[in-house]
Design a protein around this ligand. Structure first.
Ligand code: PEP
Ligand code: MG
Length: 322
């Protein structure tokens, strides 16, 4: 089975009716790029930079970050590489002096909230990212957005970092695209203010499911209630993909759902054309894409998005793959 899949490595991910799909990878550092290249990925859809931080007591300085980002871009010089700013807090807490205790970490100071609360740390990361942008097709992505002012403050810090680098005569890409993650229900329900300010969106289904269903994704006692096919979750995902298409803004999905071949046909029928996942899942998902007919899937998926019984949704999604 593996060797059959391996033969798909150099096949373009195109549906039966000719729709091209981008298959991107989720990585945690330069060490993961080889695995992405081994499956001929179309780029990196999510580089989780907080892994530079975890398990150590000091924060990496600008040069250390720059080297890590540049290494990924140099290894994939012609493909888009989406690097996410630190998503620390909650399940990815820092050690030592930077750790803090919070009543409810999942609802606390994490991701962009943390970065904006530590503007010096954020500016250091943004300078490292911009410097790396001179070496490939870098895109900057901001996690856990819920408010317009979080984007505005992040964009203002990016402008500040650019002004500093210009003054220092350091090269960077002036046009580096800045996108954001849709992983809080509030964001998925107020897309206009995100679409107006950003160049692309990426749906983080792991957190979107957690926050829509009020299920802590790391709590064993409630994990059986974590249902990716809950009608509310599908409406938020489907609505985000459709809004992106309407406004001409690229949308990807980078949560675990994107790498599960059981959901590939569902996403294609919603209109998704950018999937980002662990490299180990790329070929199985490609296999589903090669046997899909989007023209046939789209009306069936529209009906699924109107269903409001979990059991019926599950049955209908299972039928899509057959
Ligand atoms: C997500 O929430 O789906 C996501 C991709 O981000 P992370 O899993 O790193 O929180
Ligand atoms: Mg997330």
């Amino acid at each position: 089975e593996r060797s059959k899949l391996n033969r798909l490595k150099d096949t373009k991910a195109t549906t039966l009716d000719g729709e091209d799909v981008n298959l991107l990878t989720n990585i945690e550092g330069p060490k993961d790029v080889a695995q992405s290249k081994a499956v001929s990925a179309d780029g990196v859809g999510l580089y989780r930079t907080e892994f530079l931080f975890l398990g150590r007591d000091t924060l990496p300085d600008e040069d250390e970050q720059y080297e890590a980002y540049r290494a990924v871009l140099k290894a994939m010089p012609t493909k888009p590489v989406t690097i996410r700013t630190f998503d620390v807090g909650a399940d990815k807490a820092l050690n030592g002096a930077h750790s803090r205790s919070e009543p409810n970490p999942a609802l606390g100071l994490r991701a962009v909230r943390y970065s904006l609360a530590e503007p010096k740390m954020f500016l250091t990361q943004l300078r490292a990212l911009l410097r790396a942008s001179a070496h490939g097709k870098l895109q900057i992505m901001i996690p856990m957005l819920a408010h317009a002012h979080e984007i505005d403050q992040s964009l203002a810090l990016i402008e500040k970092a650019k002004a500093e680098l210009r003054a220092e005569k350091v090269k960077f890409n002036e046009q580096v695209p800045v996108g954001g993650m849709i992983e809080v229900p509030a964001a998925a329900l107020s897309l206009g203010m995100f679409i107006r300010r950003l160049s692309f969106l990426s749906i983080g289904t792991n957190d979107l499911i957690q926050y829509t269903l009020a299920i802590d994704r790391s709590d064993e006692a409630v994990v059986h209630l974590y249902d990716p096919l809950h009608p509310a979750v599908l409406k938020l995902i489907g609505g985000t993909i459709q809004a992106g298409a309407r406004f001409g803004l690229p949308v990807s999905v980078c949560g675990e759902m994107a790498g599960d071949p059981a959901y590939t046909q569902l996403f294609l029928g919603m209109g998704l054309r950018n999937f980002s996942m662990h490299p180990a899942h790329i070929l199985e998902v490609k296999q589903q894409i090669l046997r899909a007919d989007v023209g046939e899937l789209a009306p069936r998926v529209q009906r699924i998005l109107r269903m409001d019984e979990q059991a019926r949704v599950r049955e209908a999604v299972e039928r899509l793959g057959n």
